[in-house]
Ligand binder design. Structure first.
Ligand code: DAH
Length: 340
């Protein structure tokens, strides 16, 4: 039996050296120390020993058990250390490698200008209104004093969905929608997309953007309109910018004007960009027509107001010296990246 115990000790300690994983180590423990393990087996036979032999073998058996337990403990620490070492090696990061560059997008030039315009008017106390792009003929034309067969409809030939539903040709219908719902004082802008059946070229696109403005209150005058537009022009194009109003016709304003700003390239002396004029047109404006007030449920005897419609593409092309509108829609990132 003594021989048997010493044998177990030797075999176990040899076997232990070959163990490479924690799970094999557990199997090893069961093999020797488990209920049906080899050492347990030997201990079970101790009952048959004589009284002299029993304490000697018992002591030896305990030593062997102690030895195996200790060895398992030690091996388990080694294995854990080894595993950690391998994990660290696996997860090692080469900090000298170049990083992966995150490519950050840039704001689209139209969004930049749109945001600048919004900022200017929000700063003057305006709020932002919205309206549908699929619009009723009533709001897009009739309620804006543009009845069927009015010649002003021709220059805005549009995409009809049915006889009285269309894609809006201008943001002006939002004026009517706001006045129907809200009593004066009114001070809103409406930035948005508009549609016209125009051929694509360097200055035209069937989809483009406008920012509409509307102010209604008691005693609003043309002077208020001009002061407002001057502030706007200086904020966007620089403080030396001047504006010029040329008489024009819009059905929904009276009087009406097309508004020019001094050329952002030459400052007014005349150059290629402004075609020698010194001025560039960027918006239409005027005093709200009494018919429009009446159709929107506002009394023109009590209230007056002004309105304007800014061409966003035109403004962006001016701000950034872009000479072809198509560049704004092609989304070529070599172009877009230039606007930081
Ligand atoms: N809606 C006009 C257009 O698309 C622009 C415009 C002109 C808007 C005069 C206005 C305005 O509010 O008063 O050509």
């Amino acid at each position: 039996m003594k021989q048997q115990l010493e044998n177990i000790k030797k075999v176990a300690s040899d076997e232990l050296k070959t163990i490479k994983s924690i799970s094999d180590l557990e199997k090893f423990r069961v093999k020797y120390l488990g209920k049906k393990g080899e050492l347990t087996d030997v201990l079970r036979g101790m009952g048959k020993l004589s009284n002299e032999e029993r304490p000697v073998i018992g002591k030896l058996a305990n030593e062997v058990r102690f030895f195996i337990e200790e060895s398992i403990e030690e091996r388990s620490k080694e294995l854990a250390k080894e595993e950690q070492r391998q994990r660290i090696a696996r997860e090692a990061i080469d900090i000298t490698m170049p990083g992966k560059r995150k490519s950050l997008g840039t704001k689209h030039p139209l969004s930049i200008v749109m945001d600048e315009i919004k900022d200017v008017f929000i700063g003057m106390g305006y709020t932002i209104a919205e309206g549908p792009e699929v619009e009723l003929d009533w709001y897009n034309f009739e309620a804006l004093n543009t009845p069927p067969n009015h010649p002003a409809r021709d220059v805005q030939d549009t995409f009809y969905i049915t006889d009285n539903i269309l894609l809006r040709t201008q943001t002006s219908p939002v004026q009517v929608r706001v006045m129907e719902k809200q009593k004066p004082p009114i001070r809103i802008i409406c930035p948005g997309r508009v549609y016209r059946s125009d051929e694509v070229d360097a200055t035209h696109s069937p989809i483009f953007h406008q920012v509409e403005g509307l102010v209604v209150d008691k005693g609003i005058t043309m002077g208020d309109l001009i002061g407002t537009l001057k502030e706007f022009a200086k904020a966007l194009f620089g403080k030396n910018t001047e504006i010029r109003l040329r008489p024009h016709h819009f059905p929904f304003t009276e009087p009406s004007a097309e508004v020019d700003v001094t050329c952002w390239t030459c400052g007014g002396s005349g150059c290629r960009v402004c075609k020698g004029e010194g001025w560039i047109e960027i918006l239409g404006a005027g005093m709200v027509h009494p018919n429009v007030f009446r159709m929107s449920g506002i009394d023109p005897e009590v209230y007056s107001g002004f309105a304007f419609g800014i061409g966003v593409e035109r403004t962006a092309m001016g701000r950034f010296n872009i000479d072809d509108m198509r560049l704004l829609y092609e989304n070529d990132i070599r172009f877009l990246r230039q606007f930081k």
